[in-house]
Design a binder for this molecule. Structure first.
Ligand code: HEC
Length: 122
């Protein structure tokens, strides 16, 4: 019983590790979490988030987050997205928005903090 369970576990891990978008930069030995879950567990640095937002997102979502060619991020559907869902849009892109998968987990967490805390509070 124990043996077959660990075989199933290994097969699952092998399957997960070849799935695109399921990168595993979690610690070795731990069950890997997907990047949006890892991001949701981080504490945002709001000052760093403001800078990264202005570099990466401002051009389409505006400095105040209220949208330009991209949608409003501080009210309506986008603002209601849970952290993990927002992280997944940032990492994978959506429609004409490109994927920001070269950002680190911390950078994505910082940007989400800037949108959800600083911009949403204005
Ligand atoms: C080239 C313009 C562009 C840039 C740059 C851009 N976005 Fe977007 N973004 C869009 C567009 C357009 C959509 C709508 C996509 C759709 O729904 O088809 C969108 C959608 C989103 C959504 C999801 C809204 C929803 O309701 O599902 C979030 C969250 C978001 N962007 C955040 C960001 C963040 C954070 C950044 C910076 C890392 C960023 N975007 C950079 C154009 C952009």
């Amino acid at each position: 019983m124990l043996v077959s369970r660990s075989v199933v576990g290994l097969l699952l891990l092998a399957a997960l590790s070849v799935m695109p978008g399921c990168s595993t930069d979690g610690g070795e030995g731990d069950l890997p979490l997907d990047r949006p879950s890892q991001i949701a567990a981080l504490t945002a640095n709001l000052a760093a988030g403001a800078a990264s937002y202005e570099t990466n997102c401002l051009v389409c979502h505006a400095k105040d987050g209220k949208g330009d060619s991209g949608p409003n991020l501080v009210s309506g559907t986008a603002a209601a997205l849970p952290t993990k869902a927002m992280a997944s849009v940032i990492l994978n892109g959506k429609g004409s928005m490109g994927a920001y998968d070269s950002l680190t987990n911390q950078e994505v967490a910082d940007i989400i903090g800037h949108v959800m805390t600083t911009l949403a509070g204005n």
